[in-house]
Ligand binder design. Structure first.
Ligand SMILES: Cc1ncc(COP(=O)(O)O)c(C=O)c1O
Length: 456
């Protein structure tokens, strides 16, 4: 498909209207002051802006487009479903065929005993639902006093009040205090930032978690919620071997449910269908979203085990949660098509292989004095820039070097996500070798240009 030519006056008007009529999510006024960026077309790993510029998207359209843009298989599935029955809700006792097929598929591909799905519209809702599920489960089991949720510092679990309460990143929390009662945050392993060997780091964090459980009272705790690999905000610090197994053991020991938030890490990105499979640990409840639908139509889910679900099936009981569009019929059809592509094109294996290549090539960036750490797994990778490799001291935040590199990449035809001085590399899983080399080349050059610009 060709780029549709849009007249200059219309572009100007659209850009003005964007700023006047829309409050963007997590808006940055300093970025908005440079003008709105408007996208009009996508093809594979590339997107086109309204001026017709082609940009390599190395953040997979906010970590969603697993199979890339403009997949005719997904468009066809959507069109067929739309012309049959666009939507009927999953309410009380009503179901649709794509919904049932998708739930069955999830039971097949998710780890452990996970097999009962509750469908929602976003990752935030999926985490929120997981928390509600854990609390109501204990209530049904006669342990109403188990309401506390243990989250982790520097993890992100969404934007709703429940999601923010579970989140451990001050920036998301501070304007909305006081948050929901009963949320506690423990330290999470980050061996680079803690300056510890992974084993020691994992042990310290497990000890801190157990001490917190004992201090709070084990019988007051409903669940531990964690992201097996913390997301792009933290730059994917890997859990040390044994840590997730240790958390599982603690939960079992104290009768606490374990929730994994795989909204960002699920669906092949780490080189397994779900990140927790790298450590062979399965949760009691799992939240999924983002890549689940490949970015085509919003859909997310909270999946649990028959053991947990049984508690809601007692006569006179039911899981008290729901929304109009959760499990939208056409979104389920799109998601089934997305998962079919993941399986047909062996994207799990591809992400593992390409991930190894990307990491090996990124490691060449250690030649720069400001490249402190390169971490992540599969195709979720990050490069952390520092002022001093030895002390791991932070760069002066006023310099905004990470954002400068991001802007340099933008000017040179590439979308790069940065979180301060952490550069995030998380492209679509269909990335070709040539596209990978284009991406690696631009990151390399962007860092090199920054070194010159800032006289580092
Ligand atoms: C780990 C994690 N959990 C939850 C969410 C929230 O998902 P959503 O933005 O779809 O509400 C995100 C989104 O970035 C995420 O990365």
């Amino acid at each position: 498909m060709e780029n549709k030519k849009i007249a200059k006056e219309e572009i100007k008007e659209l850009k003005e209207d964007a700023l006047r009529y829309i409050c963007p999510h997590f808006a940055s006024n300093s970025e908005l002051a440079k003008g709105a960026k408007i996208f009009t077309r996508g093809e594979g790993c590339y997107v086109y802006d309204i001026e017709g510029r082609r940009l390599l998207d190395t953040f997979a359209t906010l970590l969603t487009t697993i199979c890339g843009h403009n997949r005719h298989e997904i468009a066809k599935a959507v069109q067929e479903q739309m012309s049959q029955l666009e939507f009927f809700p999953n309410y009380v006792d009503t179901f649709t065929i794509p919904l049932i097929k998708l739930a069955k598929k999830l039971a097949e591909i998710t780890p452990g005993d996970l097999s009962v799905s509750f469908f929602v519209n976003s990752g935030s809702e999926a985490c929120e639902t997981a928390i509600k599920m854990a609390r109501q489960y204990h209530l049904e089991k006669g342990e109403r006093q188990r309401y506390k949720i243990i989250g982790r510092r520097y993890s992100y679990h969404g934007t709703t009040l429940g999601g923010v309460s579970a989140t451990g990143i001050p920036w998301f929390r501070e304007y909305f205090e006081p948050l929901l009662p009963g949320f506690i945050h423990v330290i999470a392993p980050h061996s680079y930032r803690m300056g510890l060997e992974p084993d020691a780091c994992g042990e310290i964090c497990l000890k801190a978690m157990e001490e917190t459980i004992i201090w709070e009272g084990p019988k007051s705790i409903a669940a531990v919620i964690l992201d097996p690999i913390p997301g792009s905000n933290t730059g994917y610090p890997l859990p040390p071997d044994g840590y997730l197994q240790g958390v599982r053991k603690l939960c079992d020991k104290y009768g606490i449910l374990l929730i994994f938030d795989e909204v960002q890490t699920g669906f092949a990105k780490t080189g397994k269908m779900f990140a927790c499979e790298h450590w062979d640990v399965a949760p009691d409840i799992m939240a999924i979203g983002k890549g689940f639908t490949g970015g085509y139509i919003p859909l997310a889910a909270t999946i649990t085990t028959p053991r947990i679900y049984e508690a809601f099936k007692k006569p006179g009981s039911e899981f008290r949660s729901g929304s109009t569009y959760g499990g939208h019929t056409t979104a389920c059809a799109a998601t089934l098509a997305n998962i079919e592509i993941i399986e047909k094109e062996n994207l799990v294996e591809k992400a593992a292989t390409m991930g190894k290549y990307l990491k090996q090539e990124l490691e060449k960036l250690y030649k720069y004095p400001i490249v402190g750490d390169i971490r992540g797994l599969g195709m979720l990778l990050a490069v952390e820039l520092v002022a001093d490799k030895k002390t791991r001291g932070y760069l002066d935040p006023k310099l905004n070097i990470g954002s400068w590199i991001r802007d340099w990449c933008w000017k040179n035809g590439m979308i790069l996500r940065n979180n301060g001085d952490i550069l995030v590399i998380a492209p679509s899983l269909i990335l070709s070798k040539d596209e990978a080399d284009e991406m690696l080349g631009k990151i390399n050059q962007g860092i090199s240009e920054a070194m010159k610009h800032f006289k580092l």
